[in-house]
Design a protein around this ligand. Structure first.
Ligand SMILES: Nc1ncnc2c1ncn2[C@@H]1O[C@H](COP(=O)(O)OP(=O)(O)OP(=O)(O)O)[C@@H](O)[C@H]1O
Ligand SMILES: [Mg+2]
Length: 367
């Protein structure tokens, strides 16, 4: 490294770094290692590794005796990341690399990386929260189903046909809600795992928008609540038609349910600079996205500025007219799985405005 101008100061590393030399004594103990272990560099430097960094596994066994980098098999090249304990119960994530003269040769150095466990704890906590929320969301429709079926079974003769029908309709609607919730959860787990399948074919976005609006009108929403504006010519779009339907369905449903007034849907060619999605590596630069944009705006109360960054997170809901708060999370997942981008802002009339762009992609069979 020397001379390249890129000399690395171990204290600049975000992770803890401990290096022991060929004789097993510590030659480097950076400041992140001190922060994570509470051990002063002065106490560690020059001491044998096992004394300087007295790690134990979760069963209380001494880690260095178990792994024995200096005495163990010469084929070993290191240790994968593991959760270990320091005296006093401090937890650290530890991984190690055994640097050898040549493969299977004498050990030159043991390089140990240390990490805090907070990040992992945070993920665990967010999983636990997700499970709690899901259980809660599933329980209320199931409680209602159970209540009505139990009542009907116990007192069948005492109800009129009309009352029975009403109860069965409620049961039916609640069963639908559970089914939908489970379908949404499956989508979410696929999105989270990056396994959402996109089967591309030619999609006529303008026709899809008209079809969705016709559906809403057929369901009893006045026709004059919708204003469709198509800007031709639109480039041919390759996308998954079912997934595009899910996106349009949720955005229109939201505009009608959470918004007010006229819902304007614009479909137009677009070429825009968009931010990289959060799951890309940090620092991934914005890119130019060219394709078709759909903008759905309404004239309701909109989404408060401070909540905008949160609308696409799962289970976030602003109003009490809510569903489960999963819709927009799935919408974003689908749009990004297509290589597209979605954002929210305020419509000129004050309501919410959602705008997504799907890239003028190529069909799967050409990839
Ligand atoms: N057009 C809109 N105007 C005002 N608020 C909106 C609009 N669209 C969404 N929101 C707010 O964003 C929240 C999240 O929307 P999202 O679609 O994710 O969930 P949901 O509609 O509540 O439930 P789901 O779609 O799962 O049935 C909504 O609860 C609502 O408060
Ligand atoms: Mg919704």
């Amino acid at each position: 490294m020397a001379g390249s101008g890129a000399e690395l100061d171990p204290d600049d590393l975000p992770d803890g770094l401990v290096i022991a030399g060929a004789d097993g004594r510590v030659v480097c103990f950076n400041s992140a290692a001190t922060r994570l272990t509470g051990i002063a560099p002065g106490a560690a430097l020059g001491s044998p590794l096992a004394a300087a960094l007295p790690l134990e596994d979760l069963d209380g066994r001494r880690w260095w005796q178990l792994t024995d980098p200096y005495g163990g098999l010469a084929t070993r090249t290191g240790q994968p990341e593991r959760n270990l304990l320091l005296p006093g119960g401090r937890e650290v994530l530890v991984s190690a690399r055994y640097v050898r003269e040549r493969p299977c040769g004498a050990l030159l150095r043991v390089v140990i990386a240390l990490r805090g466990t907070e990040e992992r704890r945070r993920t665990e906590r967010s999983h636990a929260e997700l499970i709690a929320t899901v259980a809660h969301e599933l329980r209320s429709p199931l409680t209602s189903v159970k209540g009505f079926t139990a009542t009907l079974l116990a007192k069948w003769e005492r109800f009129t046909d009309g009352q029975k029908r009403l109860m069965l309709e409620t049961v039916d609607a609640d069963a639908d809600r559970v089914t939908r919730l489970i379908a949404e959860l499956l989508d979410i787990s696929r999105i989270d795992a990056g396994r959402l399948e996109v089967r591309k074919q030619v999609v006529d976005l303008a026709a899809a928008v008209r079809r969705h609006v016709d559906g809403k009108v057929a369901a009893g929403i006045p026709e004059d609540r919708f204003d469709i504006r198509i800007t031709e010519p639109l480039t041919q779009l390759w996308a998954d038609p079912d997934k595009v339907d899910q996106v349009l369905g949720n955005l229109l449903e939201n505009a009608v349910r959470h918004g007010e007034g006229t819902v304007t849907i614009e479909v137009a060619p677009a070429k825009e600079v968009v931010e990289a999605p959060v799951w890309e590596r940090p620092g991934t630069p914005p890119r130019v996205l060219e394709g078709t944009a759909v903008t759905v705006s309404d004239e309701g109360g909109g989404i408060p500025e401070e909540s905008m960054p949160r609308v696409f997170t799962r289970f976030w809901r602003g109003s009490k007219r809510g569903g489960t708060g999963l819709g927009l999370y799935i919408v974003k997942g689908i749009v990004e799985a297509h290589g597209g981008s979605i954002r929210v802002d305020r419509a000129p009339g004050g309501g919410a405005r959602f705008r997504f762009i799907l890239p003028a992609g190529v069909p799967d069979f050409m990839l």
